[in-house]
Design a protein around this ligand. Structure first.
Ligand code: LFR
Length: 475
């Protein structure tokens, strides 16, 4: 086994990054070199809320060029991003900037889809929790707007980047599983469902699994990036949560994970999906994982509640220091309300503190009075939702959870980790923070021959390279 380097592009809802990963499995080392970080700023156009994918592509290719300057030995590139969103294409031409999943166009579409295929049946077929922005609903909105007929292909965001880099059109399986159009049992496109929803099966690309090569860079791209000949673009767990869960240093038979960034994805890893009535009623999802594993989890609103509140407070041009706000939140001694972090009213951008106050007023509960109290109330509400989802995941799946792993940016939030431990009564192991990039790196490294073995072998490399921070529940 030789050591080697690969480049990971990880696009999050608020920022993107390019990281070079150095993997030496024999020596048990795994190093990350952070090459570029850039903001992801959605844009509100006349048609609604969109991603600035052109800007993201410019920034990520600049980052990749830096990566090749620093480490000319980079063997491959892998791309992951948030799930569900897509671009429509005709030939090589992208038909407009992709919609942001937080755009509010989906309500009527949800009803239209459920009128054709009731949610109970959808769940039996695709195993997905109800989220109003699942691709299946977005496509119904697209169809109603008359835009679908123009397209001859549909690419999810990381696949779109892969297409720009290589010219290959594929659908990576972990992310494709969030469309609602994959059969949860076979893992293939559910053609009957596609037809019943009035969609064209021909727009759906060939499915590929994490680890498959999309091919080399287009010549113009290779020149622009300064990439040596032979560099491959490799499909990773292109759904960011799939990559993050690869890098959770856990024993799946006794652990729960929380991949905590914009969202808090709370669940367990299984070999087989669970699509029982109870799982459907608890709104638990069965997303496709790397190596055919199933991520049985529930979406909790996540750090979005905090970041969007801060964005709202900063709209006058002021600037808030997040670590300082969290220190003030930790020092709050008065009781703060624990609100339902899963309430759909918190999904859209805008005045989140106002909506939290509204939630409280509707229940005759005193709302937080200061920014520190709002931050504390958000942390307590997230910790409560996390703890409850861990226990529900355990009850629905039969996994006896002894430990909770928190990975992603939330692992840096010591107050949130501690309160999750306290409220769940279970120890929390926090880290790695960069789990998504690490999972992306590891799947590429295995494909390039720099690492071998199943997820257990990859996770033991993570465990050797990154020591978690332990938070025990208060006695
Ligand atoms: C996390 C994530 C979640 C998905 C949400 C929307 O970044 O990918 O897994 O439910 O974003 O795509």
């Amino acid at each position: 086994m030789t050591a080697g380097a690969v480049a990971a592009v990880d696009l999050g809802a608020t920022s993107g990054r390019v990281v070079v990963g150095h993997v030496d499995q024999a020596a048990g080392t795994l190093g990350l070199d952070h090459v570029a970080r850039f903001p992801n700023r959605p844009v509100r156009l006349a048609s609604g809320l969109h991603w600035d994918l052109t800007g993201l592509y410019r920034d990520l290719t600049r980052g990749l060029a830096d990566a090749f300057r620093r480490e000319p030995g980079v063997a491959s590139i892998g791309v992951d991003s948030w799930a569900v969103d897509y671009a429509l294409l005709r030939g090589d031409r992208v038909l407009g900037e992709p919609f942001h999943y937080r755009d509010e166009r989906n309500q009527a579409a949800v009803e239209a889809v459920h009128a054709r295929v009731p949610f109970e049946e959808l769940y039996r077929r695709n195993g997905l929790q109800f989220l109003p922005f699942n691709t299946v609903y977005q496509l119904a909105a697209e169809r109603a707007a008359g835009c679908l007929g123009l397209a001859d292909s549909l690419l999810l965001i990381p696949d779109l980047v892969g297409f720009q880099l290589t010219g290959a059109k594929v659908a990576e399986r972990t992310n494709a599983s969030t469309t609602g159009l994959l059969d949860v049992e076979t893992g293939g496109w559910d053609h009957e469902l596609v037809e019943r929803l009035g969609l064209e099966a021909s727009v759906l690309p060939r499915l590929v699994s994490p680890g498959a090569s999309l091919g080399g860079l287009r010549p113009g791209v290779a020149a622009e990036l300064g990439a040596p000949a032979g560099v491959q673009v490799v499909a990773v767990g292109s759904h960011d949560t799939a990559s993050a869960v690869v890098a959770v240093p856990m024993r799946p038979e006794s652990a729960s994970y929380i991949s905590c960034g914009t969202w808090g994805l709370v669940g367990v890893e299984l070999e087989r999906p669970v699509t029982t009535d109870a799982a459907r009623e608890a709104n638990f999802t069965n997303e496709g994982g790397v190596d055919g594993r199933v991520r049985f989890l529930h979406n909790v609103m996540g750090l979005w509640l905090l970041s969007e509140s801060v964005r709202w407070w900063e709209r006058d041009g002021s600037s808030i220091d997040l670590p300082e706000l969290l220190a003030q939140a930790a020092a709050v001694t008065t009781a703060v309300p624990v609100f339902d972090a899963n309430d759909p009213r918190f999904l859209a951008p805008g005045d989140l503190p106002g909506r939290i106050a509204e939630w409280c007023a509707e229940r005759g509960v005193a709302a937080p009075r200061s920014r520190a109290e709002f931050a504390r109330s958000i942390v307590e509400s997230l910790a409560e939702a996390f703890a409850s989802a861990v226990h529900t995941a355990s009850a629905l799946s039969g996994v006896g959870v002894e430990t909770i792993h928190i990975v992603g940016g939330g692992a840096l939030n010591a107050l949130l980790c501690q309160r999750t431990a306290d409220r769940s009564g279970l120890p929390v192991l926090a880290g790695p923070v960069e789990a998504t990039a690490i999972g992306n790196v590891l799947v590429q490294a295995r494909s390039a021959g720099f690492a071998e073995g199943g997820l257990e072998a990859l996770r033991s490399l993570v465990a050797r390279a990154f020591s978690p921070m332990r938070h025990d529940p208060a006695g």
